[in-house]
Design a protein around this ligand. Sequence first.
Ligand code: 9YT
Length: 152
Amino acid sequence: MIVRRIDEIRGTDRDIRGPTFDSRRLLLRRDGMGFSFHDTLIDAGTETLIWYVHHLEAVYCIEGEGEIELDDGRRFDIRAGTLYGLDGHEKHMLRARTQMRMICVFNPPLNGNEVHDKDGVYPLIVDEPETRVANAEAGDGTGRPVPVTARD
Ligand code: 9YT
């Protein structure tokens, strides 16, 4: 089992500062859950072009207000209690009127250090087997990542 608190990941490689957001990546590929799970703060007054061609993402807003605009011009207001799922890899502009706090889930999971390229894309990184970080109850006792298949 994994128990992790946001205070513990501040300033680590799970705490990624993008141009318009802070992405606190509580679960990553190396955790072996099959998805990554982020608590992301979007800066007030910003626009972010996003296009996850390699990933599916669900986003649940728990604080703040803004909108997303799709390529075809459709706009959707986002406020606390709104979920959107990018099940069609939709390219979109995310606008934050106030700071927005978003809970984001990615499938496949992010490795950790992905940031958007000029088109808003995160690269797909699949060069290593999915691993979990060993903890006191699991793994080989060294604290090194352990391949999922070796433990399941
Ligand atoms: C919706 C959103 O927060 N997009 C940008 C950042 C991304 N979710 C991440 O890496 O956490």
